[in-house]
Design a protein around this ligand. Structure first.
Ligand code: ZN
Ligand code: ZN
Length: 326
């Protein structure tokens, strides 16, 4: 399958390349400036915003400290009248670095390595941010407290609004079977902040120990993280399913970039795509049972936080021996 970012640009790269230099990606060079900015004090009282080039100029390595980048974003928001002169870095916006990777110090960002989320920006301001702040590749309007996606077929999906640039991000996820790169259009897929060890992967790892080369049904696969981890772990087959179309779109990208070539099925209605050891569907889990005539060793259910999983577990119970709610 040929893959290309919706924005038409080269945002999607093979994961092996991204992983190669990831340790150095967010590290400063010897010449990088360290500017201490207090998060709770007004920015305008700490640096002279009329002389921004003194503060905001990039190092010759092309990177700037995250706080400097957010200060620059805040300066644009003040100029555009979105924030007042007393605004501080705290609550300026939610920074989502890409690739998302746990670092032990605050990252220094290169070009196009940040998507920001704000409830206050408008389109004009967002376009100026993307134009003037080189590290920012996309601006989303929305509230972090509202999870994006769809809970089940009975509810309406919630998405953030893309105001400017591109919102495709990649999260690097460590698993016992190797690191995965998981791409997502952040306006449509819930936000996960990078952790050294993913609790979801730990639960999955325990479940996989019950069975050698299992057949796995990932009932609510999202961008494909857990199912792809199963393929990496040596599952003999994985069926991916999600009712949310954008989740399936990114599952296909993520299979491909993590080394599992995808063949789109085209004519058949229910099967979206398949590959050497996997199939991909986009259905309500309650209906999926009717079109699969095989039994799985493990069924994974990973829903929105707080969603009642009773019906999911019941439906998955018809398809598999062991149902794991993550
Ligand atoms: Zn893009
Ligand atoms: Zn530098």
């Amino acid at each position: 399958m040929e893959i290309r970012c919706r924005c038409g640009d080269t945002c999607i790269r093979p994961i092996s390349k991204a992983l190669k230099d990831i340790e150095l990606f967010y590290k400063p060079c010897n010449d990088c400036k360290t500017e201490k900015i207090k998060k709770f004090s007004p920015l305008a009282e700490q640096i002279n915003l009329d002389e921004i080039d003194n503060h905001f100029g990039s190092c010759k390595c092309g990177k700037r400290h995250l706080d400097i980048v957010i200060s620059h974003v805040l300066k644009v928001m003040m100029d555009e009248g979105i924030k007042d002169k007393k605004a501080s870095l705290r609550n300026a916006c939610v920074p989502l670095v890409t690739p998302g990777y746990p670092t032990d110090s605050i990252p220094y960002l290169p070009k196009d390595s940040l998507v920001i989320l704000s409830n206050e920006v408008d389109k004009g301001c967002a376009e100026t941010i993307v134009k003037e702040v080189g590290e920012v590749k996309g601006v989303l309007k929305g509230d972090l407290r509202n999870t994006v996606g769809i809970k089940d077929s009975d509810s309406n999906p919630h998405v953030y609004e893309l105001l400017a640039g591109c919102d495709l991000r990649c999260d690097i996820i460590q698993t016992p079977y190797g690191a995965l790169g998981i791409y997502k259009y952040q306006r449509e897929i819930h936000i996960e902040f990078p952790k050294v060890e993913s609790p979801k992967i730990e639960i999955l790892n325990k479940a996989l120990k019950y069975c050698d080369r299992p057949a796995v049904l990932d009932c609510t696969c999202g961008p494909g993280t857990l199912g792809i981890a199963c393929l990496k772990a040596g599952a003999r087959k994985v069926v991916f399913n999600d009712i949310w179309n954008p989740a399936i779109e990114t599952t296909l990208i993520n299979l491909e970039v993590n080394g599992f070539p995808v063949k789109l099925s085209g004519s058949e209605e229910e099967l979206i795509a398949s590959g050497d050891k996997f199939e991909v569907y986009c259905m309500d889990i309650r209906e999926l049972a009717n079109c699969l005539d095989e039994t799985f060793d493990i069924c994974i259910i990973d829903t929105f936080p707080g969603v009642d999983t009773t019906e999911f577990v019941e439906a998955a119970g018809k398809l598999g021996k062991k149902v794991v709610v993550i």
